[in-house]
Design a protein around this ligand. Structure first.
Ligand code: ATP
Length: 287
């Protein structure tokens, strides 16, 4: 499978309170890590035992992000190194857990058709192309993928109705959370089952998910979990779902695995580094 997605450096600063206008504030601690929905989903897909090739871009000084993805089992030849700085998120968190984030999209929105086209020229009919809304080039990628006989999966986050509308007729699988689904229905003025997309999966947090297809609507319960941190649950779910489909599982089995991955993920603090692998899921659920 192919994943056109963002690669961010997440910078974390622990602060006594969120800064106010004009204030200079000393952070109590600093840490950084690999972030971005794209990178998270590639890691989840690789941990879900798919062969996943990431399509993306970083700036001059972030070679370590590519190495990190490689360590996690992601194929990286189609991550371009360009002049624009790597996308990054500067996240300040106060003692109560409240945060504020400055996001710089950087290299994630400077992808060229040459970068995307050369990657997809290596794809095979029936492969999945996964995308989120954190890079440019989505329309070109969806059109190219469709013309090559790939299946297009789209995770509608961060939500932007226009971004979905632009490629709606090329999406085979749409994954979105409950709030995003409501926003989409409102923006397009029709229910998800009338969008003309073969498969729509709406994640419902602790309630599981809903699969809408031409065979009707089916709700799947979540696997109960003692949730401590839901960050990255959606990315883990989607990465696992598309990985499972790419590996030839049917939708029921793929959703079941994605629910298991999501449920285990919420018991862990962190994002890419703690996404469970298939073995951990099998051990945890005794399968
Ligand atoms: P986020 O933006 O926090 O990553 P999201 O809003 O995109 O998440 P959710 O619907 O919150 O996505 O969660 C995705 C999946 O993770 C759910 O469908 C479910 O399988 C699993 N999940 C989330 N929260 C819980 C929970 N409290 N208990 C069990 N499973 C959960």
């Amino acid at each position: 499978m192919w994943n056109l997605g963002s690669i961010n450096i997440d910078n974390f600063y622990e602060v006594p309170h969120l800064p106010i206008a004009g204030e200079t504030l000393a952070a109590q601690s600093y840490g950084f890590g690999l972030g971005g929905k794209g990178a998270n989903m590639s890691v989840a897909a690789a941990r879900g035992a798919a062969r996943v090739s990431h399509i993306g871009a970083i700036g001059p000084d972030a070679g370590w992000t590519v190495e990190r993805l490689l360590e996690y089992g992601v194929d990286t030849p189609h991550i371009a190194q360009i002049e624009t700085p790597t996308g990054h998120a500067n996240i300040v968190v106060d003692g109560s857990g409240e945060n504020s984030i400055v996001l710089f999209q950087g290299a994630n929105v400077q992808l060229t058709e040459a970068i995307i086209g050369s990657a997809l020229s290596e794809a095979s009919t029936g492969d999945f192309l996964l995308m989120q809304n954190e890079t440019n080039g989505q329309e070109y990628a969806a059109t190219t993928a469709q013309s090559l006989g790939l299946k297009v999966a789209y995770a509608a986050a961060p939500f932007e109705a226009e971004a979905i509308a632009r490629i709606l007729d090329r999406i085979d699988l749409l994954v979105l959370n409950e709030v995003e689904a409501e926003q989409l229905v409102e923006a397009l003025g029709k229910p998800v089952e009338a969008l003309g997309i073969s498969d729509v999966v709406v994640t419902l947090g602790a309630k599981g998910c809903k699969w809408v297809s031409n065979t009707g609507e089916k709700v799947f319960d979540a696997y109960p979990a003692d949730a401590v941190d839901t960050t990255g649950a959606g990315d883990t779910f989607t990465g696992y779902l598309v990985a499972a489909l790419d590996r030839g599982m049917d939708m029921h089995a793929a959703i079941d695995l994605a629910l298991k991955a999501g449920s285990l993920m919420v018991t862990r603090r962190g994002t890419a580094d703690v996404i469970p692998d298939l073995k951990e899921i099998q051990d945890h659920f005794g399968i």
